[in-house]
Structures are given as structure tokens and as C-alpha cells.
Write a protein that binds this ligand. Structure first.
Ligand code: SAM
Length: 218
């Protein structure tokens, strides 16, 4: 059990964040409901608890970040998550994005490459989203044993879409991934039609920590 509390103060700040997201082009009620439920401050160290409901990315251990709430909401909304869908996340980080997806009813598989973050996420997700399956490996290779996936979300900056992730996407599925250099990336929404035709759409500029791996940054 987490001894840190989800107080009325935190709940109030969370409600304000949800209103802010709703006013910033996040219109999917299922996404907003998940944000209202998951206590973001408990996925952060105590040092950043006061800022947990500001719409900003914040540091987690190992020089990594928990993404900005708007970015989490934006990627989640773009994927149009439906209950029961099998979703692969690359970059577990704090575990917050995985918890949002699981709260929306997705069957979540999430990969992290840094052991400390993987173990910390395991602990917090056991409490909030015990159905999430966590893996410690190079996410650029996906999870061949569990493929195919209805949806794939990459939460680190990639130089290109890793080939294995495209292979592991179901026909009719969607992937979202920030692609670019290390300073700035374009959010790319990829659709694979039932006839296996790939289409891509650019959804604006974002900034993530690098996706490091065999088919990412070396
Ligand atoms: N989704 C996370 C959350 O909700 O807190 C935020 C992710 S953080 C912006 C990016 C994460 O991707 C980092 O934890 C980093 O270690 C991880 N990462 C980078 N390259 C990776 C790879 N090849 N496989 C798995 N995880 C990777």
C-alpha cells in the first residue's frame, strides 16, 4: 500500500487539470475520466508532488521524465482506445501513461529499458493498475511473443518508426510515435489498413527524451 495519500487538495487540483485539458482540445470523455481517476502525484517523487497537477513534464529518476499531461492525453486520444484492445507502450517511465490506458479498459503491455524505473513502475502499478504487464527490454524490438497489437504508443523520441513495431501492429491498427531529431519531434499517427496499407499523419511538434535501442538512437 502506498502510504502517501490522495488528499482532497490533490483531487481538487486534478479536477482543475481535467478542466484545463478539456479546454485544450482534449474532448474524449473517456480520456478525461481516466485523468480524473489516476493520482499523478503518486507516480512522482515527493519533491515534485506540489507540481504534479501543473500541465508540465517533470523529472523522474535516471534523467528521464513523466510526460506533460497534455501530451499523455493527446497521444491517448489520437489512438481512440477501446476497452479490451491490446496496447503496447514503449517507455514505461513512471507508469502513469500505462495506468491511464489500463483505466480506459485497455489490455496494456509496457516496455522500459531502465531497470530502476521498471521496478518502481511495477510497485505503483500493482496498486492502481495491476493488469498492466511490464517488460524490461529494448522496446524498439517490440514484443514478438505477444504480437500483434491493436494500438502502439511510443513515449520517447525516435529517429524513425522501428520496423518491428510496424510488423507487430495489427491490420486495422494504429500507432503513435514522436519522430525527429533530439531537439524536436513531429507526432506521427500511423494507420495500418486491413489490407496492410500504411498511412501517416503529422499531428504537431513535441519534445521527448530519446528512444535508445537497436532501432532507435544508439
Ligand atoms: N510514459 C512514461 C510515463 O508515463 O511516465 C514517460 C516516458 S519517458 C518520456 C520515456 C521513457 O522511455 C524513459 O523512461 C526511457 O527510459 C524509456 N525508453 C527509452 N528508450 C527505450 C527503449 N528502447 N525501450 C524501452 N524504453 C525506452
Amino acid at each position: 500500500m502506498n502510504i502517501r495519500k490522495d488528499s482532497y487538495k490533490h483531487q481538487g487540483r486534478r479536477t482543475n487539470l481535467v478542466h484545463h485539458l478539456a479546454a485544450s482540445k482534449i474532448s474524449d470523455e473517456r480520456v478525461l475520466n481516466a485523468f480524473a481517476k489516476i493520482p499523478r502525484h503518486l507516480f512522482l517523487s515527493k519533491d515534485f508532488e506540489e507540481r504534479a497537477y501543473d500541465d508540465v513534464a517533470l523529472p523522474i529518476d535516471e534523467n528521464q521524465t513523466i510526460s506533460q499531461p497534455f501530451t499523455v492525453a493527446f497521444q491517448t486520444q489520437a489512438l481512440d482506445i477501446k476497452p479490451g484492445e491490446k496496447v503496447l507502450e514503449i517507455g514505461t517511465g513512471s507508469g502513469y501513461q500505462a495506468a491511464i490506458l489500463a483505466t480506459m479498459g485497455a489490455n496494456v503491455y509496457s516496455i522500459e529499458r531502465i531497470e530502476k524505473l521498471h521496478l518502481q513502475a511495477k510497485k505503483i502499478l500493482m496498486e492502481f493498475s495491476p493488469t498492466v504487464k511490464l517488460f524490461l527490454s529494448d522496446g524498439t524490438l517490440g514484443l514478438a511473443n505477444h504480437a500483434p497489437f491493436d494500438k502502439i504508443i511510443v513515449t520517447a523520441a525516435a529517429p524513425k518508426l522501428p520496423d518491428k513495431l510496424l510488423e507487430q501492429l495489427k491490420p486495422g491498427g494504429m500507432a503513435i510515435i514522436p519522430i525527429g531529431d533530439l531537439k524536436q519531434q513531429k507526432m506521427i499517427l500511423i494507420k495500418k489498413s486491413v489490407e496492410n496499407i500504411i498511412t501517416q499523419k503529422e499531428l504537431g511538434n513535441f519534445r521527448f527524451v530519446p528512444l535508445i535501442g537497436k532501432d532507435g538512437w544508439q
